[in-house]
Write a protein that binds this ligand. Structure first.
Ligand code: HEC
Ligand code: HEC
Length: 400
């Protein structure tokens, strides 16, 4: 079964009652769900090292080691933690000068810093960012961040080290941040040995190799074995009747126009007019000031709330109800009845046509759609936390 046909074929199973078991499940030329979890099939940047387990394990150490942050207190895992589906369970991220994990995380007393501007997205399945309906992905062009401003996991991996609020803090200026981190790692014998072994050379610690290792680790974090995946491979009992009904409505209403393909994302930018989060002093204008944000995956949402680019969707009900409000001609005088109103800086006429044209969508559909979205959860993914990281600091940073 081809990825391009997943949703449509699954749908035709119900609509036309014509489902065949996936008779070519062992055909490796087909991009089916079982292939995708095999690490050798994970799209990489052409660097053979990426499929090598030792680079993945080096990447894991770097991901968890707060030595990468200016104050040695924040790691990637501070905001992308397995307990929260590799997100952080917070509306808005909180990096430097803070302590605790997830919703409990707080600024340290006396800190003048403020919250980050956006919600931490999950790292799970970011190997597939940019994947099209045919299951094709170009890792060098994979869009990153809510506004797609960066391409590829490798380029993304260095951005938090440069960002003042996320990891850099007051320790050094942005222009010397990467050199400072490289020097720190180079003064640690364990990192020197690991980098030289993994990258086959001397003096192998560089920002490029740090990025390669972190990206390789991130590509190993996949969760694509959901009830929906079993269902589309032919197991008719993998989804409940309610979930199937929700899938039908999801497609009929037009959610699948943007939440399409294997990741339930077209990875394109769209204007939805999600309201600003009041905790942020200035309106977040999204990609190039257009209020467009990238369609997120709908996989593993049970782990990764709150939702939307700034966490204003506290739960799935509220998040999905917003579309009724945005579309404008639902019940309650164009209001979905939720607490999320259209962003006053966005004209309804500038909303994505796919949202304005959502077909016959009303409050009765919400529970069915949530049932369907639950069929996209795969609770089985790599949650391993290293006992120690080479710096000797607390893995994950100041999160206890
Ligand atoms: C302070 C919290 C915080 C820390 C620390 C942090 N991130 Fe993030 N991460 C975020 C937020 C918030 C975003 C979204 C920012 C945006 O869209 O502007 C993000 C986005 C990402 C994305 C893009 C995902 C996507 O689908 O677009 C990746 C990948 C990522 N982070 C990896 C990392 C790595 C690797 C590190 C460590 C080097 C790291 N993060 C450190 C909060 C954090
Ligand atoms: C125009 C394309 C488009 C359509 C149609 C669309 N979405 Fe979305 N969806 C997006 C974008 C873009 C975002 C992120 C918006 C933001 O954060 O500002 C999003 C976010 C979401 C989220 C939050 C996910 C997260 O991790 O934060 C959910 C849930 C969701 N959509 C469900 C749906 C449902 C259900 C429908 C049909 C009623 C639908 N979407 C229709 C583009 C679309």
């Amino acid at each position: 079964m081809k990825w391009s046909k997943i949703v449509l074929i699954s749908l035709s199973c119900i609509v036309f009652n014509a489902c065949q078991p996936d008779d070519d499940a062992n055909d490796l030329d087909d991009n089916d769900a079982t292939d995708i979890v095999d690490i050798n099939d994970i799209p990489n940047n052409g660097n053979d090292n990426n499929t090598n387990q030792s680079i993945v394990e080096l990447g894991r150490l770097l991901f968890w080691d707060p030595v990468l942050s200016g104050g040695k207190d924040v790691a990637c895992a501070t905001c992308h933690h397995p307990d929260f589906g590799y997100a952080d369970g917070r509306e808005l991220a909180l990096g430097i000068e803070a302590e605790g994990l997830g919703p409990q995380r707080r600024l340290l007393p006396g800190s003048n810093e403020s919250f980050g501007f956006r919600n931490s997205p999950t790292i799970l399945n970011t190997a597939f960012n940019g994947m099209d309906e045919n299951g094709q992905v170009n890792p060098d062009q994979a869009p990153m961040f809510w506004d797609s401003r960066t391409r590829s996991l490798e380029s993304q991996a260095l951005q938090p080290l440069l960002s003042f609020e996320e990891m850099r803090g007051h320790a050094f200026g942005e222009d010397v941040a990467l050199d400072s981190i490289v020097n720190r790692l180079a003064s640690n014998g364990e990192y020197v040995a690991l980098f030289n072994a993994v990258f086959n050379g001397e003096n192998a610690i560089s920002s490029a190799n740090i990025a390669s290792a972190i990206a390789a680790f991130e590509r190993s974090l996949v969760a694509t074995n959901s009830p929906f995946d079993d269902f589309q491979e032919g197991d008719q009992n993998a989804m409940t009747p309610d979930q199937i009904q929700g899938m039908n409505r999801f497609m009929e209403i037009g959610c699948g126009d943007c939440h399409s393909g294997p990741m339930f994302s077209d990875f394109e930018l769209h204007v939805l007019g999600v309201p600003d989060n009041n905790a942020i002093p200035e309106s977040d204008r999204g990609a190039n000031g257009t209020y467009a944000f990238r369609t997120p995956t709908l996989r593993n949402l049970d782990q990764t709330g709150p939702y939307f680019h700034n966490g204003v969707g506290r739960n799935l009900q509220e998040t999905i109800r917003f579309y009724i409000t945005a579309r404008g001609n639902g019940g309650n005088n164009g209001n979905g009845g939720g607490n999320l109103n259209l962003n006053p800086n966005v004209n309804r006429g500038d909303l994505a046509p796919e949202v304005r044209n959502l077909n016959n969508f009303n409050n009765n559909d919400i529970e069915d759609i949530i049932q369907f979205i639950e069929a996209l959860n795969d609770p089985v993914f790599d949650r391993e936390i290293p006992n120690n990281v080479p710096s000797g600091l607390n893995p994950g940073g100041n999160i206890n």
